[in-house]
Design a protein around this ligand. Structure first.
Ligand SMILES: Nc1ncnc2c1ncn2[C@@H]1O[C@H](COP(=O)(O)OP(=O)(O)OP(=O)(O)O)[C@@H](O)[C@H]1O
Ligand SMILES: [Mg+2]
Length: 406
């Protein structure tokens, strides 16, 4: 058997086994990782990578790579409209770039130089109904890919796209089930505890009133510094009871939410009012707030009080994530028929374990937290037919993105 034929047979055999292997799991990360590993080996490339399309944002996000460094992995998502790989999405055809280091449309030429990358072959990941991303292979030497290379990569891409789509559908199905389970659990828990909270509020109010009367009898607050300490104790008891009352009120607000009262509002004004509230706390932590929005945004159809509560929760989370300062960027823009608000911090980010539980009611990693901030916010945004998503990179920061329909 000559080497060429041997090579061909090896490729054919690999194609069969790879197809079977990548489809043998439904874990998306695993599927992606297997694809890039096989593609890199089979194409004898330096790096292979997968970028997945976010059709709403119009961006391509690096989802998996093999053979590249951390710096390469940490690249931000790129715009389909302006990037080189975006061309593959737009045309639906393979794209060959002889040398990325001298290609002006290639944004990270410096990085490519440092990684020792030269030729690039990109093919679309075409699933059943749409193109879902791009599969790339890079070589270190200038390589003129042959037709058979392009065909092989295209075949790999079509097998891969179906495996990715299946894993994505599976993940969505699991998430939907989990959400249903959560909301059922929440409904039962909510009913039970709302009843309990309500019952607790009445005796608490009586005790608060009596304590208030006792404090008055003691001459509080005039003699706050009496030496017997009785008034001081009363003050502490009063303060603690107020805290319990606040907790119960917050909880009842959560367990028995009122329906939104929609009005035309300026989101940027609601945001300014909320930023005013957190200003002192942010300054205390040496956090710089960057406002990034145009003056002429369309009015939003929202419940202003509820949206303010959402902004407050998210801004508080952001500043609480930056105990040593940093920049907090608030961005408001319009696009794709909706208003988009993003709140980005430079905090510690969220680890994968925390990530899975973020939106669970009462899940908190903070000593003083109730763990209701994100779940209340998400429910309010859903009540507005909008969407709230959280993106986080441990050690880099967290961005929360809200979309509200216009
Ligand atoms: N911007 C962020 N950066 C890092 N971690 C975050 C961020 N936002 C939320 N988290 C994590 O998610 C958890 C849940 O957040 P959530 O706002 O629901 O509750 P909380 O902030 O702990 O308490 P509460 O908001 O009720 O005072 C937090 O405890 C924190 O671990
Ligand atoms: Mg919070």
């Amino acid at each position: 058997m000559n080497t060429l034929q041997g090579h061909l047979e090896e490729r054919l055999e690999a194609l069969f086994t790879i197809g079977a292997e990548i489809s043998s799991t439904l874990q998306l990360e695993e599927v992606l990782q297997r694809i890039v590993a096989h593609v890199r080996r089979l194409m004898a490339a330096r790096v292979s990578s997968i970028l997945l399309l976010d059709p709403e944002e119009g961006t391509l996000r690096p989802a998996a790579t093999e053979g590249a460094s951390q710096a390469y992995l940490a690249q931000p998502a790129r715009e389909v409209a302006t990037s080189l790989t975006g061309e593959v999405i737009k045309t639906g055809r393979p794209l060959y770039t002889p040398d990325v280091r001298t290609e002006t449309r290639y944004r990270v030429a410096d990085l490519a130089r440092r990684e020792g990358l030269c030729s690039l072959l990109s093919v679309p990941l075409r699933a059943r109904t749409a193109i879902i991303g791009v599969l790339n292979v890079y070589t270190t030497e200038p390589r003129c890919f042959e037709d058979s290379d392009v065909r092989l990569l295209t075949l790999l891409a079509s097998q891969s796209a179906i495996a990715i789509e299946n894993a994505t559908l599976y993940r969505e199905e699991m998430q939907a089930r989990e959400q249903l389970r959560q909301s059922e659990k929440l409904a039962a828990l909510g009913q039970l505890s709302a009843g309990l909270a309500h019952e607790l509020r009445n005796p608490l109010n009586t005790v608060l009133m009596l304590i208030y009367a006792m404090a008055q009898d003691q001459g509080y607050p005039r003699q706050r510094t009496t030496t017997n300490g009785f008034s001081d104790d009363l003050r502490i008891v009063q303060g603690e009871l107020q805290r319990i009352k606040l907790l119960l009120d917050q909880f009842l607000e959560f367990a028995r939410p009122r329906p939104p009262h929609f009005q035309r509002e300026r989101l940027q004004e609601i945001m300014e009012e909320t930023l005013l509230l957190i200003g002192p706390e942010a300054r205390g932590r040496e956090i710089v707030i960057r406002r990034d929005w145009a003056n002429t945004l369309p009015l939003a159809w929202v419940d202003g009080v509820q949206i303010k509560q959402v902004f407050l929760n998210l801004l508080l989370n952001a500043i609480q994530a930056m105990p040593h300062g940093g920049t907090l960027t608030v961005h408001i823009s319009v696009g794709g028929g909706s208003l988009r608000v993003t709140i980005a911090d430079q905090g510690d980010g969220v680890s994968p374990e925390v990530r899975a539980q973020l939106f669970d009611p009462f899940f908190t990693t903070k000593e003083e937290g109730t763990g209701l901030g994100l779940s209340i916010s998400q429910r309010i945004i859903e009540g507005h037919n909008g969407r709230l998503r959280l993106f986080s990179q441990p050690g880099v920061g967290t961005t929360v993105c809200i979309r509200l329909p216009l």
